[in-house]
Design a protein around this ligand. Sequence first.
Ligand code: AMP
Ligand code: ZN
Length: 665
Amino acid sequence: MSPAQTIELLRDELNTHNYNYYVLDNATISDFDFDIKLKKLEQLEKESPLLFDANSPTQRVGGTITKNFKTVVHKNRMYSLDNSYSKEDLLDWEKRVEKVLGSTALEFTCELKFDGASINLTYENGQFVKAVTRGDGFQGDEVTNNIKTIRSIPLSIKTSFIHDFEMRGEIILPIVAFKKMNEERLENGEEEYRNPRNTASGSLKLQDSAEVAKRPLDCLLYQVVTSERKYKTHFESLENARQVGFKVPKAIQLVKSIDEVFDFVNYWDAQRHDLPYETDGIVIKVNDLQQQEELGYTAKAPRWAIAYKFKAAQVTTVLNEITYQVGRTGAITPVANLEPVQLAGTTVKRASLHNADQIEKLDIREKDTVFVEKGGEIIPKITAVDFTKRAIDSEPTKYARTCPECATILVRTEGDAKHYCPNEFGCAPQITGRIQHYISRKAMDIDGLGGETVDLLRKEGLIQNYADLYDLTALQVIPLERMAEKSAQNMIAGIEKSKEIPFEKVLFALGIRFVGETVAKKLAKHFKSIDHLMTASFEGLIDVDEIGDRIAQSIIDFSSDLGNIQLINRLKRYGLQLEVSAEILENQTELLKGEVFVVSGVFYQMSRNELKKAIEDNGGKVSTSISKKTNFIIAGENMGPSKLAKAQDLGVEIISEQDFINKIS
Ligand code: AMP
Ligand code: ZN
């Protein structure tokens, strides 16, 4: 086979696997084998630069940097949709449509209205050529390189479809992925993203497409735009688009009356909370494309389509007081303390107000009556003030100027939405928060010491930082409230035991801003000791895989602070693991590289944690749930029957503890 043929074959094969996994949700190859094939293709393409193809699967990993996104005029304008909120609205719309068309025998499609960022994908001769955001509807930003990283979007279409067309769709971030991103951000001391929609649309404008590639974005398609008259109806064109590889959600339904539209509305109003992504309504469209053309457009929206918005659960209540919370990193969050109120099955007492801008934007004041809403999302939010109920003598909210805990003047740096208390070492919640983080399960995992005790110890003046923990004696602790002799001893023993915790966890426990669990692991593996890390240069830091400017700068700031240097020196003196142990270095292999394991059941030769560690030390990955990406399940005694069934269903190999030990020895 010539290199050209091999390349062609590999591209086809990888495209098919991508399609199976990302569109059909049905993996047909292990991650490991996929990577091998992709690497091979990369190599071949490098050797034959003439065979470069911008739509090769190798182009999906990103790596291009766009400083300024090019403005592109849309060939076909991207309109908005008119909204409706009741069955009456929809019946009115139906009447208007029937009047224009002079017919009452119409067909409609009902679709979900996906809540993300709209995108227009242009294909010429079956090849993906560009992706443009909606912008103002007339022109948008070209984000082609970023969009290419979304694996469910086909880059070339082989079978017969139409030649030149645009696909319109919505870029979304699935809810689970969004929550996971936020957990990581919290762990890194970063502010949480507000909602999946903004995060999705923000992702499209990231300058580094490799960053976009890391985000689990997806694209759901809902319209084919073309001048070729191959299909007669909207439904038919979408069904065919799905056939040739586009991710067109199956929820689309053909109906003949507004009554049927309402069945669809009622069904999805109840079911939408179980969808993996957010929807804020449904879209009803006239199905016949000829009729669509006849109906045409108003100044801002098609006459042949209308959106129906789901009602978010909403109540009003009184905002009693605005208080301010100080986080472990000093970030201030204003909180609305509400008169308790029932909303969608739960009692709501508090809601975050996020930051000063939010309060100003909604003009929220104490004693106001406010609207509280719970939409598709998890957390209730205040959406507006009922101004008709505002007292005459009400005054605009004056945002806190000083820290509610330590009275230090708050600072707000350019470009930051949040105010911060800069009194890092003297502000109680920051001190307590840092120590609480230090002892937490994922960090030093100190038995016998809880968050409240930390606060008590600090109040009693016994600890000011995590190093102080190691100077505590049982005699000092016993006199404290609710502290029996036994629990005091347990606590001291737990602290003592933490001296054995491996370096990567200690590094995470230190609470360096932006250094979360994963980053700490990476840094530990690379630098091997705190000394190497703290003396590393900026360049040395950003050289490490996945360490960017921001993390590097934060480490430099931490390392050059005298207080921190003293803390670290003390930890060294107490005998904490501030370097990777020789034993670990010796035990690390790449035997399990690329393999994903799930551990389930009770084990005898090793503890569950030892098993997990052994997997990671040998280059494997541990996952908590079984999916198509899982390569092996290590089954102990009493493995859950549902897990077993799922494993068998997905054809994941089930191995015993002994099999695993054989594998790595
Ligand atoms: P709006 O932004 O409220 O004017 O609504 C119009 C937007 O809804 C379009 O720009 C699309 O991005 C989005 N949308 C989501 N799902 C659909 C769908 N199934 N059909 C048409 N538009 C949709
Ligand atoms: Zn403070």
